[in-house]
Design a protein around this ligand. Structure first.
Ligand SMILES: *[C@@H]1O[C@H](CO)[C@@H](O)[C@H](O)[C@H]1NC(C)=O
Ligand SMILES: *[C@@H]1O[C@H](CO)[C@@H](O)[C@H](O)[C@H]1NC(C)=O
Ligand SMILES: *[C@@H]1O[C@H](CO)[C@@H](O)[C@H](O)[C@H]1NC(C)=O
Length: 409
């Protein structure tokens, strides 16, 4: 396919060259408006740029709105100077020059589709298009981009199902499709068949249970927040103990009890499952989350004692448990309430202010509540620390994914 296009372009350059000769010598006065096109065609820095030139121009013609006047720079043979386009030497020929990356972040362009554009830029390694108005679905042809490692389509109007073609892209490391209109299910293979480091899917309409092989992921950052995921948090999550750093599951429809296996996540710094229908106590294994800074389980149906081993975690900066049914806190946790780290308003802890009404709590505890593997809730699979001085804070990344704008890595 690429080869035939190459031929086509060489052919048309040759053709126009001959034509120019004929044109200027014989037909000059009649066809003179054509003449300025010809030096342009000959001025491409590289054959690879000549190949993508008609593709970019065809895409430019589909753009229905360009309030910032970006596409007015997409003119002539100097593609490497078009606003949003960046050139580099492709890995397969270090003397060639090609379109290696595109950054349309914040350009506010509208187009009915990205098909036949991004999938036709064969050397592209990075495509960023945060905050535009691109519509349509993602073409399966995108799998032909053999160097693509960052795909950011966030905050657009893309629809359809999860782009399963990315499962055939072993180079892809960063997938950001948050703030779109994707629906349906997320395939299990996203955790087994890809080498993704970042999976940002928040603020779409994905609806299904969380894939139960979640723990097979290679990713460090996962945001499934603000969708319609149902069912329990899969216990397999504990298998990702060496990789998972930030997990955002907030504002879905998750049910069931917190799996004990979350406590295996040694590198976890941020875990947010607020705004779901999770129930049961907090497993004591959470006392092993030595690196955790932000732990948000607010607005669920959790109950029992807030574990002292969790309040002892050295790096905890925000433990948010408001709007649950917790009914006891020990001395360490009380200390954290006083220091503004632990938030427990609207629970059932009657010696504290701002709790639920007695009736609400009685009603909640009137129905019998149990969790599967209830024995596991009292197991602490590590030596628990005592809260000392917090370690050095790093900047958490995933919370900025909950905003529409681009995430700065
Ligand atoms: C690149 O584009 C800018 C404005 O978009 C222009 O001023 C400059 O001359 C261009 N450079 C080349 C080499 O064409
Ligand atoms: C590499 O690219 C240069 C510049 O386009 C070209 O002249 C050369 O033929 C290419 N080499 C190979 C092996 O394709
Ligand atoms: C703590 O986390 C909760 C839930 O994410 C958030 O609403 C609150 O603003 C945070 N508080 C502080 C002081 O960071």
């Amino acid at each position: 396919m690429v080869l035939s296009k190459q031929h086509l372009v060489s052919f048309s350059i040759t053709f126009l060259l001959c034509f120019n000769l004929v044109n200027s010598q014989i037909l000059g006065p009649i066809l003179s408006p054509l003449i300025p096109l010809i030096p342009d065609l000959l001025n491409f820095l590289d054959q690879r740029l000549a190949i993508v030139f008609p593709i970019i121009q065809a895409f430019k013609n589909t753009i229905t709105s360009d309030p910032l006047g970006i596409t007015s720079t997409w003119d002539g043979p100097d593609i490497c100077n078009y606003t949003g386009f960046y050139c580099d030497n492709p890995p397969d020929n270090l003397t060639a020059i090609t379109v290696a990356s595109i950054d349309f972040n914040g350009f506010q362009l509208s187009a009915p589709s990205l098909d036949d554009f991004i999938d036709q830029l064969p050397d592209m390694a990075v495509f960023h298009a945060n905050s535009n108005n691109f519509k349509g679905t993602i073409s399966p042809k995108i799998a032909s981009l053999k160097y693509l490692y960052e795909l950011d389509l966030s905050n657009n109007l893309l629809s359809g199902t999860f782009p399963t073609s990315i499962l055939n892209m072993p180079t892809l490391s960063f997938l950001d499709i948050r703030y779109n209109l994707f629906t349906g299910t997320v395939p299990q293979q996203i955790f087994t068949q890809t080498y993704l480091d970042v999976i940002f899917l928040n603020n779409n309409n994905f609806l299904q249970t969380l894939p139960n092989n979640l723990g097979q992921t290679t990713a460090s950052y996962i945001t499934f927040a603000n969708n319609k995921f149902t069912g329990p948090i899969p216990p397999s999550i504990g298998k990702a103990s060496s990789t998972l750093v930030e997990v955002l599951l907030l504002n879905n429809q998750l049910t069931g009890c917190l799996p004990y296996e979350i406590g295996f996540l040694n590198n976890l710094e941020l875990f947010d499952a607020g705004g779901n229908f999770l129930t049961g106590p907090i497993p004591l294994s959470f006392g092993c989350l030595k690196k955790v800074e932000q732990l948000n389980l607010a607005r669920n149906m959790l109950y029992g004692q807030v574990p002292e081993v969790v309040c002892a975690l050295g790096n905890l900066a925000n433990l948010s448990l408001s709007y649950n049914y917790f009914n006891r806190v020990g001395p360490l946790c009380k200390k954290l309430i006083r220091s503004g780290v632990l938030h427990v308003s609207k629970n059932c802890i009657f010696d504290l202010p701002d709790q639920r009404s007695m009736q609400e709590c009685v009603k909640f505890f009137a129905s019998p509540r149990t969790c599967p593997h209830s024995g596991s809730f009292n197991v602490t699979p590590c030596q628990v620390a005592t809260r000392g001085k917090p370690g050095n804070k790093r900047n958490l990344l995933s919370y900025s994914a909950l905003e529409r704008n681009r995430v700065v890595l």
